[in-house]
Ligand binder design. Structure first.
Ligand code: SF4
Length: 344
């Protein structure tokens, strides 16, 4: 958690474009909720211009982001066409830079040299796991060494690097996920995203799930494992900019997800569980259990501390037989911290 101004990202979805692969969990049309493929130059201009109308004042960098496909897997002509349109907005001072996501095995020196002709600042890699047996079972078609090599090349060319990992893939478990978080931390990315695996209709995983060959994580397990991975990144001072799938309309209606730990406020659940763990830790160390407690917390973290529907408050009261739990906003605290006062 931090107080930095949020970047304003104009998302341009290129579902499954540039990708020869069929990862076991992927049905890009379900993820993006868009059936079209790559936008034409005119369509791209329309998308960018219309999003710019929604740009508020208190924003960080403005970026155009190409998501949902394998950007560097597009033909060089197509990449150039898209980047030329996007770059014009940077030249005109309306946008600060460009970002995109791509597979680790699409990064090479030639492509990175070509990108240096454009204002591309940030590249995100779909790492998913640093365990080669999990990658093989997910049919990713690349290994953890591809990721390491890609990150080395991106660092040499001074790109901002985002790494995306998944939890709950076939063959994965808590210790493998935590180990992936550590190995990603060793690569020192600028930020990470953590996605729990869900079973999307139309994905190969849906077939395995229906045959009973894949059992998804429950929401509780998904939150708990994500929390452990998040804490590894926090310990290593690596920003986690997202936990859980983006709530597009398609996902909210529940039409595309067959099973798995999806929740529209997944990240909130993770942060809430961290507060709950920490408060339980403090209360367990008290020699005499209090009747009333007051918890001071940064105003931005009040709802995280309370938990969904005040769930954390209810649990604290039940577990420790506490009559009253007061939550008081306190701007002097960091968003992760809290101060507890007890009355016996
Ligand atoms: S590489 Fe990305 S777009 Fe391609 S199949 Fe895998 S998840 Fe889908």
């Amino acid at each position: 958690m931090d107080n930095q101004l949020k970047d304003f990202i104009i998302p341009v979805f290129i579902p499954h474009a540039g990708c020869p692969n069929k990862c076991v969990f992927c049905n890009q049309n379900s993820v993006t909720g868009i059936q079209n493929k790559i936008p034409s130059q005119e369509e791209l201009s329309r998308i960018i211009t219309s999003f710019l109308n929604y740009k508020g004042k208190n924003r960080g960098r403005v970026q155009i982001g190409f998501y949902g496909g394998n950007f560097l897997g597009l033909g060089i002509d197509k990449i150039e066409q898209l980047l030329c349109v996007a770059a014009k907005y940077v030249t005109d001072g309306l946008v600060d830079s460009i970002r995109f996501s791509t597979r680790p095995d699409t990064i090479d020196n030639n492509k990175l040299d070509f990108l240096k002709n454009f204002p591309v600042s940030t590249i995100e890699l779909g790492v998913q796991s640093m365990d080669d047996s999990v990658l093989a079972q997910a049919r990713r078609g690349h290994t953890s060494s591809d990721t390491k090599n890609a990150v080395d090349l991106l660092k040499k060319k001074s790109f901002n690097i985002g790494l995306q990992m998944m939890i709950g893939l076939p063959g994965d478990d808590e210790s493998r996920s935590v180990s992936t978080a550590w190995r990603i931390s060793e690569l020192s990315p600028d930020f990470v995203r953590i996605y729990p695996t869900v079973v999307l209709a139309g994905s190969p995983l849906a077939g395995l799930y229906k045959k009973g060959k894949y059992v998804p994580l429950s929401l509780e397990e998904g939150v708990s494992i994500t929390k452990k991975a998040y804490l590894v990144f926090r310990e290593n001072n690596i920003r986690v900019i997202r936990m859980g799938l983006q709530a597009t309309d398609d996902l909210r209606e529940g039409t595309s997800i067959l099973a798995g730990p999806y929740h529209p406020a997944f990240g909130h659940l993770v942060y809430s569980e961290i507060f709950l763990d920490n408060i339980i830790g403090v209360l367990k160390s008290e020699s005499v259990l209090p009747e009333e407690i007051t918890i001071r917390v940064h105003p931005a973290s009040v709802s995280r501390l309370r938990g969904l529907k005040n769930g954390n408050i209810g649990k604290i009261k039940r577990l420790f037989d506490i009559k009253s739990v007061r939550v008081v906003p306190d701007l002097s605290l960091t968003p992760d911290g809290f101060l507890m006062k007890s009355k016996t």
